[in-house]
Design a protein around this ligand. Structure first.
Ligand code: ADP
Ligand code: MG
Length: 611
């Protein structure tokens, strides 16, 4: 995850408070001299250290839910740099304005945090091993889930630390600490017999002291009434710098005799929901597993936990049997209707493969339909058959029996617009960003393959669960020839005009750039939680509205960054409009910046006070 302070010359990375004060002293102690460092307590947070009248003041900067940064009780800013700029003009509650940055001496790089340098590799290794992914599936899983996996790792990373001894008794802890030399500060962390509670055992003056680690309602850890941290490893790192109520600070860890010394070896902590992923896939469309053991927080099921992340044919055994036409006796069709369209209805079903059964959606052509409709469905099937991406509904095949049927992967939580409308009070806006990022990943893939969708809309984004979206409905889609950049429709048809770019309507020209326009409208639908775009207007009126330079307004709960992106997608001239590669990067950057604090709450009622 990019660190938005990394480029600042006055950013020191993960240094202690006393080191910060040392740097400020060396730089002369003028009023308003300041530096920025990483906060050891909050993931993604910083501390601003300032000199005023020869005193030091340290202000924690938190990264908030919406991705902004603020000193508790102060105004929010879009990044640490902007925040410092603001306080250089207005002290707004600080001891004084920031006057002179205390820049790092030549040759001194920001100090990497304990977790920073290992985290990218850990994320990759963790995804590879946990979900057994390789190649493109692995890369896409990293792109779409890095923040979630990082968080998962952050909360379980202590299990990999040499000082963590797992579930041992108090007596065992003492005997491990007393064995060998007994310097002050030698310590270990263990899990107590009562699940989910931890203890710290520490030697001082040849005596072992035990401290219980508390966890508050929000899941934050502290020793007694001490400073609270998001994770155990942060707590330990902090206590190495400062005793914070302990009899001595933590110095040297007693390595766990049960763990080989290579600390970051491949054996990674287990993902809590991975043991039984399939179980939740069909029954639990809200995407949450029941309360996992031990932790007071809910663990989220990730796209990779579902059986439709990878193609059902990713198994070479299954691939042997892959054909476009499916055998009727391998297909069971349920009475349950998932949806309906002009062509007929979509029903729930189960398809039996060589080694497994999969849940499917069966799009059935109405009886009595003529050749034209059959041809259309076959075209849709053939086109979808060429696509394989976790964020696109895959087609399993077609079955020609009581009707012509298109058999697809099942996305049981239904269309995005309906889902968001009915769950508008439960789904946080970060969640919408996450889903729209996935849509961007899927569309970027289509763009790379030179396919135009031509019907991208919230109604055609289907959800597997609350945190997993797939693009569907390729009824109007076209595969472009390698050297074509657009599809020219011969005639106009029954078109979703409100989703169409000006060049589609004016010149019948369809390209990935016109899909980008539709993506903007889809974003608007999503961030307005399923409202209809251009509310009272008719299709043709919309064109006049657009040509008059007007655009839809920012939906009430939509972050300004996301409204900006929508507006960019609604660039009139397609040549000037971003492509999906650019759109995906933009939304990813924003998504990563807010994901750190997703689902967390700020402690309320804190006034500006030096830490
Ligand atoms: P149309 O071309 O008529 O818009 P769609 O392909 O969008 O047809 O399907 C219509 C409806 O059927 C969708 O809105 C959805 O409710 C349901 N549906 C379609 N495909 C699936 C699927 N793969 N999984 C679950 N439901 C589906
Ligand atoms: Mg549709």
């Amino acid at each position: 995850m990019p660190n938005p302070a990394a480029h600042l010359p006055f950013y020191y990375g993960s240094i202690s408070r006393s080191d910060a004060e040392e740097h400020l002293k060396l730089a002369g102690m003028q009023d308003g001299l300041f530096l920025l460092r990483q906060c050891l307590r909050n993931l993604g947070g910083y501390v601003l250290s300032v000199v005023h009248k020869l005193q030091f003041y340290h202000y924690p900067i938190e990264r908030q839910m919406n991705g902004t940064f603020a000193i508790a009780g102060g105004k929010a800013h879009c990044g640490p740099e902007e925040l410092c700029e603001f306080y250089s003009k207005d002290s707004d509650g600080l001891c004084c304005t920031l006057r002179k940055p205390c820049n790092r001496p030549d040759g001194l790089d920001p100090q990497p945090g304990i977790f920073d340098n290992i985290r990218d590799n850990m994320v990759r290794e963790y995804i590879r091993q946990t979900w057994k992914l390789e190649g493109e599936s692995l890369e896409l899983a990293i792109i779409s889930q890095a923040p979630q996996v990082e968080k998962l790792l952050a909360t379980t990373a202590h299990e990999k630390m040499p000082w963590y001894h797992g579930c041992i008794t108090r007596e065992q802890a003492e005997s491990r600490l007393y064995s060998g030399s007994q310097p002050d500060g030698k310590f270990l962390l263990r899990q107590r017999q009562e699940k989910s509670s931890y203890a710290l055992s520490l030697i001082y003056g040849k005596t072992v002291y035990h401290y219980r680690i508390r966890q508050d309602k929000a899941g934050k850890y502290s020793v007694e009434e001490g400073t609270k941290f998001d994770t155990l490893w942060q707590l330990v790192e902090y206590l190495k710098l400062k005793p914070d109520g302990l009899i001595y600070y933590l110095k040297e860890s007693t390595p766990n005799p049960d763990v080989p010394s290579a600390a970051m070896a491949p054996a990674l902590p287990a993902h809590p929901s991975v043991s039984a992923p399939q179980k939740f896939m069909s029954q639990n469309s809200d995407g949450y597993t029941p309360e996992p053991i031990g932790i007071g927080k809910k663990t989220r099921i990730l796209p990779m936990d579902t059986s439709c992340y990878e193609s059902p044919y990713s198994d070479p055994e299954e691939l042997k049997d892959r054909k476009l036409f499916l055998k009727r006796d391998h297909l069971i069709i349920d009475e349950v209707e998932l949806g309906a369209g002009n062509f007929g209805s979509v029903r729930k079903g189960v398809y039996r493969m060589r080694k497994k059964q999969i849940d499917v959606a069966v799009k059935m052509l109405k009886g009595g339909n003529g050749k034209a409709e059959r041809d259309d469905m076959m075209k849709e099937a053939q086109l979808m058959h060429q696509l394989d991406n976790p964020y696109i509904v895959r087609v399993i095949g077609v079955c020609d029996a009581e009707a012509l049927m298109l058999v697809m992967e099942m996305a049981s939580a239904g269309p995005l617009n309906k889902f968001l409308y009915t769950k508008r009070d439960e789904v946080p806006v970060n969640n919408v960003v996450e889903l729209m990022h996935q849509v961007a990943i899927g569309m970027k893939y289509l763009e790379e393959k030179n396919f135009v969708h031509r019907d991208l809309a919230a109604r055609n984004v289907l959800l597997v669960n609350q945190h997993y979206a797939k693009i569907s409905d390729f009824g109007l889609s076209k595969a472009l020839a390698a050297d074509d950049s657009y599809y020219l429709a011969k005639t106009t048809g029954k078109w979703p005009l409100k989703w169409y770019a000006p060049e589609c309507i004016l010149f019948r020209k369809f390209s990935s750039k016109s899909d980008v326009w539709s993506y903007g409208v889809t974003m608007w639908e999503a961030f307005s939680y399923g409202q209809k775009p251009y509310k009272k207007m008719k299709g043709p009126e919309v064109m006049a509205f657009i040509e008059g330079g007007k655009r839809m307004e920012c939906p009430p709960r939509c972050p300004p960054e996301m409204y900006k992106l929508m507006q960019l997608c609604w660039t009139f001239k397609w040549e000037d409009r971003p492509d999906f590669a650019a759109v995906e990067t933009l939304i990813r950057t924003y998504y990563y910046s807010i994901a750190v604090k997703v689902e967390e709450n700020l402690e309320d009622g804190v006034k500006i006070t030096p830490a």
